[in-house]
Write a protein that binds this ligand. Structure first.
Ligand code: SAH
Length: 354
């Protein structure tokens, strides 16, 4: 007898699974039970589905596989941050990070294997983009971190940020599908306002998100509000300069009434002067917004260097004097290369993806 080609059961929607159950002469409600095991409870094998009969489990096993991600390596930082090297079904590796603070536990997840955007201060850019992550691969990263939050901190996961590897707006459909599952009661039931998508800022996609009436938060990696400087840092700015980005953000605000966050690194000799701070303040006035000044995490021998404390203070002064909220964020997990922009599969399992 020819062996049946096994499909990944989590590629099926609930109604497809119900149809399958009916076609096998099984009860429809059993499909819903299996679906709950797969998503809500994140089971990794059929044998653990305790309310499903042995014969139904065997039947499922002959038709389907469950392609769950696998945490291949877990590294613990001295500050509590945990970095997972996650192996995918095709042996590719992405990284995700658990960031604990006194009030929150945040999961920082990847949306692509590598990245195509060439921001020249970011380690992930050096990997180039290999492929988009599937919705379940994004979802599973969150599940893995939720489990680690429970094991290592006995606390629930509170927030999710799409600030790992890759550009989420270049893998839009899969990211949205993952977020739908994460927020659905069938999935993890998390509130959309606890999720933040971070992007280099692709105007067309920002408008699309606004049209789609998404409920999560938007963060833009700005780093400079002067085109010449921004283009040097982020080549995407040549294609979509600040004027166009600003237009799309106005559209976003009109439609969603949601504030945006600008992520901003201040580098020595690059954007650490008052001219840049004033340009940022002006850009911030386009729509209600706030600024997260993030510390630079060095990725090589020093083409870029973190600006002085005086420069950071100057920015805060300029922004606050114009009524703009600015927070200075400390970097986390630097000792295990888990901080923003450092995700580049630098450990031994990561060698596989190079
Ligand atoms: N592609 C998305 C998400 C990934 S990067 C984006 O660009 O927003 C997540 C954040 O880390 C971005 O704000 C990015 O600009 C920042 N970042 C990248 N490299 C960094 C580095 N070496 N030090 C500090 N922040 C960095």
């Amino acid at each position: 007898m020819e062996e049946i080609q096994k499909r990944d059961i989590r590629k099926l929607s609930l109604s497809e699974l119900e149809e399958f159950f009916l076609s096998q002469g099984e009860k429809k409600f059993r499909a819903k039970q299996v679906y709950e095991w797969l998503w809500n409870k994140s089971l990794k094998n059929f044998d653990d589905m305790s309310n499903i009969s042995l014969s139904t489990r065997e039947m499922l096993k002959t038709h389907f596989s469950i392609n769950h991600i696998h945490v291949d390596l877990m590294q613990h930082s001295t500050d509590g941050t945990i970095k997972n090297a996650v192996k995918l079904y095709d042996e590719k590796i992405v990284e995700s990070v658990l960031i604990p603070t006194s009030k929150r536990i945040t999961a920082c997840v990847s949306s692509q294997v590598g990245c195509s955007l060439d921001c020249n201060f970011c380690a992930t850019a050096r990997l180039k983009r290999m492929r988009n992550l599937n919705p379940d691969e994004i979802y599973d990263q969150v599940v893995a971190i939720k489990e680690e939050a429970d094991t290592y901190f006995q606390r629930p996961l509170t927030n999710i940020v799409f600030m790992g590897m890759g550009e989420p707006l270049l893998n839009y459909n899969n990211v949205i599908e993952a977020i739908d599952k994460i927020t659905s009661p069938d999935g993890l039931g998390m509130a959309a306002r606890r999720i933040t998508l971070s992007t280099v800022g692709i105007p067309k996609m920002i408008k699309k998100m606004a049209d789609d009436e998404v409920k999560f938060n938007l963060a833009i990696s700005l780093h400079s509000a002067i085109n010449e400087t921004r283009s040097r840092l982020m080549p995407i700015n040549d294609k979509s300069p600040l004027e166009e980005l600003g237009e799309s953000l106005k559209y976003w605000y009109q439609k969603t009434k949601r504030k945006v966050t600008y992520e901003y690194v201040i580098w020595d000799g690059v954007n650490d002067d008052e001219r840049h701070a004033l340009a940022l303040a002006k850009f911030c006035k386009l729509i209600p917004s706030k600024v997260n000044i993030i510390q630079y995490n060095p990725i090589d021998e020093g083409e870029f260097r973190q600006a002085s404390q005086e420069a950071v203070d100057m920015y805060v002064r300029v922004l606050e004097s114009q009524g703009i909220i600015a927070k200075v964020r400390k970097s986390r997990g630097q000792d295990i290369d888990a901080a923003c922009g450092q995700l580049a599969n630098k450990n031994e399992v990561g060698e596989l993806t190079k």
